[in-house]
Ligand binder design. Structure first.
Ligand code: CO
Length: 520
């Protein structure tokens, strides 16, 4: 449906009422967190973002609530994330189990329009029709009916909720355990599951974390992978053209097998290498098969286990055709990398480390989670000396962070700046409430904060067209405004981190996962 501006207040107040009722059911042990150093956030405001999106909007024109939308910003910000967290009174066990919903924010000459659509996955359509959950979720959501209803139901519901990227004529909604869904980049209508012109086998895993090589070997490329895990794990590395008449075509691929189970959510690239970090974790499928836990809840840290870096030579690089290199990695768990680059004999990898695998107990409601009991994500730099086979590491910041990126033109190179989402306090785990620009050489930081009422998600750095300075551009992000129970688009100056514009969106969206910028 298209929402006309005069209907926005009614829809928004309806959403607020639903949320207020839901938030009130959350037991609040410490409703105002951070008493020792002033109020950082109210748990009810943080938890009020966990809700259903009930609207699908088409090209709704928007005005800046504060500031001015830059006229030089021309393109589309695509976001993906869970948009449906409840059916028939049954809530997902973890928001990562929510159905994927795509939001497109189109910028043109200072104007802005918003569209959003759920991905019409097979599971979403079936459950919409039935009005209840028919599938289990990987992160622990069970069908109603207890273990007996869930035991030996090993079907995966491809929820297409993790990332969204443009490849050729398609917008791809990605979910790492299975095939991408193709969408129309303009209308956001779902075209269906795509095997990328026969590149993928039906049901083959395809990562939700492609990396975009800005052109280290001529033309830009999308580099991605699929992983088949077991006692031995196989990584299939794939490189696709992104520009010109070949856009979307597979340019090269290779497959490599490694010892041990692998849970690989993300990876990093340099001109010569694709770098994977095999976390020291084990997978026990029994509780999943018996209907007691979701598949991702069966991952556990392996005591005494050794993490490893797996370096796969890229086909276009200096080590093309050579065997992969394997090096021992430091302790800790990594979901996301910031960047990687080469320096002489060294490959340098910057990643967000957790002291342990952060899992959610089957008995725990995620909205009541004790942040102090979950390890904080901390940015670290590992230097891999390929000649000596040694690895050293250093911490780059003590502040809890996630969703970090460099200027896209510096992907695979020694970038000077990083932008990321961080907690409001300097140390300890908390919800993400601020954005930080970090000078990776000097350690200098600049922070824009949405605390105490705002809660942030992944920021994207968009370079200004024709810019020469690495930090010349904007930082774009969607922020949950806990005070008005709605989502805001925030535009910052990427160099100074000053607010350029804030747009109150006519949608109230749960915290999103990943997104991308598509230049007009
Ligand atoms: Co991710």
């Amino acid at each position: 449906m298209t929402l006309t501006p005069d209907r926005i207040p009614a829809a928004a107040s309806q959403a607020t009422t639903d949320s207020a009722r839901d938030a009130a059911t959350v037991p609040l042990a410490s409703p105002r967190e951070g008493s020792s150093q002033g109020l950082r956030f109210e748990r009810a405001q943080w938890a009020s973002a966990f809700r259903n999106v009930d609207l699908e909007l088409t090209a709704v024109p928007l005005q800046a609530t504060r500031g001015t939308i830059p006229a030089a910003l021309n393109g589309t910000l695509y976001r993906n994330g869970p948009g449906r967290l409840e059916r028939a009174g049954h809530w997902v066990h973890h928001p990562f189990d929510g159905d994927g919903m795509i939001t497109a924010l189109r910028f043109e000459g200072g104007g802005l329009g918003l569209s959003n659509r759920f991905v019409r996955t097979e599971g979403w359509q079936a459950e919409e029709g039935a009005g209840r959950y028919l599938y289990r979720g990987v992160f622990g959501t069970q069908k109603p009916g207890g273990p007996l209803a869930n035991a030996f139901d090993l079907r995966l519901k491809n929820i297409a909720n993790t990332h969204v990227v443009r490849l050729g004529d398609n917008l791809l909604a990605l979910w790492e355990a299975s095939s991408p869904h193709a969408l129309d980049p303009d209308s956001l209508e779902t075209r269906g599951i795509t095997l990328l012109d026969g590149v993928l086998k039906p049901g083959e895993a395809f990562s939700a974390h492609p990396r975009f090589d800005p052109g280290h070997h001529g033309a830009p490329r999308m580099v991605s992978f699929g992983v088949k895990s077991g006692p031995r794990s196989t990584i299939r590395l794939m490189e696709f053209a992104t520009d010109g008449p070949k856009a979307g075509q597979l340019l090269s691929e290779r497959s490599d097998s490694f010892n041990g189970f692998a849970f690989l959510h993300d990876f990093a690239i340099t001109p010569d290498w694709a770098i994977f970090l095999q976390n020291a974790i084990a997978f026990n499928p029994l509780p999943f098969a018996l209907g007691l836990k979701g598949a991702a809840q069966c991952l556990r840290s392996k005591p005494g286990g050794q993490a490893r870096f797996w370096l796969v030579p890229r086909d276009s690089g200096a080590h093309a055709g050579e065997a992969p290199r394997v090096l021992d990695a430091p302790e800790g768990f990594v979901f996301h990398h910031l960047n990687a680059y080469q320096e002489g004999e060294e490959v340098v990898v910057e990643s967000i480390y957790y002291a342990d695998f952060p899992s959610i107990d089957p008995e725990t409601d995620y909205r009541t989670v004790d942040f102090d009991l979950i390890p904080a994500g901390l940015l670290e730099r590992c230097r891999l000396n390929l000649a000596a086979g040694t690895v050293s590491s250093e911490r780059l910041s003590e502040r809890c962070c996630e969703f970090a990126m460099v200027n896209p033109s510096q992907q695979g190179l020694a970038a000077r700046y990083a932008w990321m989402a961080v907690a409001e306090r300097e140390a300890g785990n908390d919800p993400l409430q601020a954005f930080k620009k970090l000078d990776l050489r000097s350690g200098e930081r600049r922070v824009w904060s949405a605390a105490p009422h705002g809660f942030v998600s992944e920021p994207l750095m968009v370079p200004r067209p024709g810019a020469s300075a690495e930090d010349d551009g904007w930082l774009l992000a969607v922020v949950w405004n806990g005070e008005r129970s709605g989502s805001d688009l925030v535009i910052l100056d990427a160099a100074s981190m000053a607010e350029v514009a804030l747009v109150e969106l006519p949608l109230a969206m749960p915290y999103g996962l990943h997104g991308s910028w598509s230049q007009a």
